[in-house]
Ligand binder design. Structure first.
Ligand SMILES: Nc1ncnc2c1ncn2[C@@H]1O[C@H](COP(=O)(O)OP(=O)(O)OP(=O)(O)O)[C@@H](O)[C@H]1O
Ligand SMILES: [Mg+2]
Length: 429
């Protein structure tokens, strides 16, 4: 459900514009999803560049054609983007529909239209999204000194996002480095789609190979452009720019797509391979919604075709078992701690398994999280917990015995919190 309101123009404007010969007066229509501010305090009748408001926050952001500004409310931090009506409507609708398909996108919060009487003008509409926590733009990721070590992680995450979109039938149309936000996810990087102005989404989820390849070609050109910009900004020659990053993303994309989508033929008496295939896809983080098993060659072989769901396999599993909300790779890492704990537990029935998951949460996870939450400067405790798990593994292998998590926490702190993203800090709001 959405709340639709009409922002009233200031009284002096109403009084001034009563001539029968003037253009019909337009009033902004503000559509907001429940649980958010009404945003009626914002002067929608003027362009964003004219606004001078005390709750504006200045944060780093990617390159954008449109004016994008950040505003702090008691309910949270929100992003307002000004753009022509058609593009704004498309952006809002596609983001909403992708959200219901569990694709990793920014959260659409509201749409404002009819801000002036020309729907084609830049300031005629605005899109409001929730500020995506803990994310940073590609400039912060690539321009820093640590990019060489994170390049592969970035390639993988970028390709995964495109695969996720294509699996649900979404043609992006403008996949670029600055239309993606990046976030640390355990030892990897997670990507979030930020801009769906040019996208289209089919209800039946189908996407032709030609359309997918078109999207990949757009991505390659845009990514090369983004890398050239980075080189130029650093005063480096174009020859030194990492211009083939997009081609490598395309290669990773293709490998992943083939693993998820190709049909597999197995002998009819090797049905266990259905489970192997599902496990492989789950290992990549994707859910399997359905498997079609079709007998071929007179029944001597089976053709396996998977309907692959969102990239939320470990995330859903962790939430179901423990109620903990984490990103996909964080969830994978936290689950392995839970599974390790369960090796010493009686988990012969589903009920016993659930009980031991709760015991792990109360006895192992929460006490550590409580200490982590008390540490100043740790804005993302789940990410810190994952870095701690990795550290515990490193020191356990070094000393040749299992180190307790609390003991590992002391060591992790003494060692300067290895793994926890140093450069990242939450915005001052
Ligand atoms: N919800 C959000 N959370 C965090 N950052 C955001 C959010 N929305 C936008 N941004 C930041 O603002 C930048 C510009 O946003 P966006 O890509 O939507 O603008 P644009 O003008 O439509 O871009 P383009 O030039 O690609 O059309 C992004 O790269 C991102 O850094
Ligand atoms: Mg953009």
């Amino acid at each position: 459900m959405e709340v639709i309101t009409t922002a009233q123009p200031p009284a002096e404007v109403q009084d001034a514009d009563t001539s029968p010969y003037s253009l019909p007066m337009v009033e902004p229509i503000v559509t907001i999803r429940p649980g958010n501010p009404d945003f009626l305090d914002l002067p929608w009748g003027t362009t964003l560049t004219e606004w001078d408001l005390s709750h504006r926050v200045h944060l780093p952001k990617g390159i954008s054609r449109h004016e994008v500004q950040f505003y702090q409310y008691p309910e949270g931090l929100f992003v307002v983007k000004e753009l022509p009506t058609r593009a704004a409507r498309n952006d809002y609708e596609i983001l909403r529909r992708l959200e219901s398909r569990a694709v990793s996108t920014v959260t659409p919060v509201g749409l404002v239209v009819q801000r002036n009487d020309d729907p084609g003008s830049e300031a005629s509409a605005a899109l409001i999204t929730a500020w995506e926590e803990f994310t940073f733009s590609y400039r912060e990721l690539i321009a820093g000194t640590g990019f060489a070590g994170n390049r592969t992680k970035m390639l993988d995450a970028f390709a995964e996002l495109l695969v996720e979109l294509h699996l649900v039938g979404c043609f992006w149309g403008d996949c670029s480095l600055s239309n993606v936000l990046y976030r640390w996810d355990a030892g990897t990087i997670e990507t979030v789609m930020v801009d769906a102005e040019t996208s289209s989404l089919r209800d039946d989820g189908h996407m032709s190979d030609g359309r997918r390849l078109e999207d990949i070609e757009i991505m390659k050109v845009n990514v090369a452009g983004g890398m050239a910009d980075i080189a130029a900004a650093a005063d480096r020659d174009i020859d030194e720019a990492d211009l083939f990053l997009g081609d490598e993303i395309a290669e990773v994309y293709q490998r992943l797509w083939d693993e998820l989508k190709s049909d597999e033929l197995v002998p009819a008496d090797e049905q266990y391979r259905v489970h192997d295939r599902i496990r492989r896809v789950n290992q990549l983080g994707f859910d399997v919604d359905e498997v079609d098993v079709v007998p071929v060659d007179g029944g001597s072989r089976l053709q396996l075709r998977l309907r692959v769901g969102g990239r939320t396999f470990h995330r859903n599993r962790l939430r179901d078992l423990t109620g903990i909300d984490a990103l996909e790779n964080q969830a994978r890492q936290i689950l392995s701690d839970l599974y390790h704990f369960q090796t010493g537990e009686d988990i012969r029935t589903p009920t016993l398994k659930n009980v031991s998951a709760i015991k792990w949460r109360v006895g192992r996870f929460e006490p550590v999280m409580e200490r982590i939450r008390e540490i100043p400067d740790i804005a993302d405790p789940i990410q810190a917990f994952c870095d701690l798990l990795h550290h515990r593994y490193v020191i356990s292998s070094a000393v040749g015995r299992d180190v307790e998590t609390m003991e590992a926490l002391d060591d992790w702190l003494a060692a300067g919190r290895p793994g926890y993203p140093e450069e990242w800090s939450p915005p001052e709001v």
